[in-house]
Design a protein around this ligand. Sequence first.
Ligand SMILES: NC(=O)c1ccc[n+]([C@@H]2O[C@H](COP(=O)([O-])OP(=O)(O)OC[C@H]3O[C@@H](n4cnc5c(N)ncnc54)[C@H](OP(=O)(O)O)[C@@H]3O)[C@@H](O)[C@H]2O)c1
Length: 339
Amino acid sequence: MKDEISVKAFILDRYGGNDGVRAGEMPEPEIHDDDVLVQIHAASVNPVDLKIRDGKLKLVLPYRLPFVLGNDLAGVVVRVGPTVRRFKPGDEVYARPDKDRIGAFAEFISIREDAVANKPKQLTMDEAASIPLVGLTAWQALIERANLQRGQKVLIHAGSGGVGTFAIQLAKHVGAIVATTTSTANVDWVKDLGADVVIDYRKNDFETVLRDYDVVLDTLGGETLEKSVRVLKPGGRLISISGPPDPAFANEIGAAWIVGLAMRLLSYRIRRSAKRHHVSYSFLFMRPSGDQLREIGSLINSGAIRPVVDRIFPFESTKEALAYVEQGRAKGKVIVKVR
Ligand SMILES: NC(=O)c1ccc[n+]([C@@H]2O[C@H](COP(=O)([O-])OP(=O)(O)OC[C@H]3O[C@@H](n4cnc5c(N)ncnc54)[C@H](OP(=O)(O)O)[C@@H]3O)[C@@H](O)[C@H]2O)c1
């Protein structure tokens, strides 16, 4: 009989805040034929961890409690399934696991081979864990969906956040002209990241400063989303990762008709406003991709993009790391050092 090995992890017992999270032990994850088992060295915290913890994504991500939180990691492959071709034990990797198989705040995780890539060589494990989710999000928004081109103008909201710090560098690498919003204290270092126009949202309203943009990446939603329509030129693209979700997204996830209807209603106002201004609106929910992480890895290896790490918390302080990100003031990424 196989010995039951247990794995230290941060487990969500019930939805609704840090009180439902506990440090505990789970059985070692099972590996499917096309999985790699990774010993996690570092994980990063994302606002999606908070949304999952608080039960805000139950409709689109119906997890069965209790489960391990965490969506971003770097570590070392310790075992591979029989059909795995790309990886072997000892490989240093990074990944954003599939949405229905999360669990990065733990000592081990099993991940589908296709979601994994080799860790960029010169990054530490902590730095590498900061990349997958935000890097894939920026890539899928700016490269895949917007097809951002040299010389085009892009506005990236919240340039000092996890997504923003990566997206600014990626857009500059493409050769775009980049505007971003941030608060007074962050203006200078966001400029150092490459932003051409930095709008201090405490002093100025971006809507009155910017016009004729080709693309807006909205990370904030609400009023920011509504105003963003007006800085685009006709034919421009407004892509939001903060919502509201639209009917195309409902189709993409095969949502039940009632959920699809809710998404249609929730996004009605912004879709109507976009139409009036002759621009397009779409919601993006990022997906895992080992292939894209390989491309991102080459950009990091070539020096085009560097990780931006705000704070590193020890594994036992994972709940404090969640609380820190919850304050909404992180400058770049927040890391949990697992080993
Ligand atoms: N749909 C998807 O697939 C997807 C993927 C990734 C992220 N997201 C979502 O995108 C959002 C951003 O994620 P993130 O990881 O970048 O978050 P984050 O790192 O926690 O963002 C924190 C940053 O937001 C800035 N900020 C807050 N209010 C702002 C405002 N009004 N204007 C400009 N900047 C502001 C803060 O800068 P100051 O301190 O200067 O205000 C801080 O640096 C979250 O809601 C997340 O859930 C969605």
